[in-house]
Design a protein. Structure first.
Length: 54
């Protein structure tokens, strides 16, 4: 019975760590996507200005 409880708490800790890492990865991934899209967006605008100067 005690072994079962210890095992369960270890599993809970592991699940918590995995969830934290997943949350961090999701945040980091979305920020990275925004950054990369943002850079491509600015490069596209710069190229557009070079090709079509008003």
């Amino acid at each position: 019975m005690i072994d079962k409880k210890i095992q369960q708490s270890q599993v809970d800790k592991l699940n918590f760590q995995v969830r934290n890492k997943a949350c961090f990865a999701a945040k980091f991934g979305s920020i990275w996507l925004l950054m990369s899209f943002g850079i491509e967006f600015w490069v596209a605008i710069a190229l557009y200005r070079l090709v079509y100067p008003n």
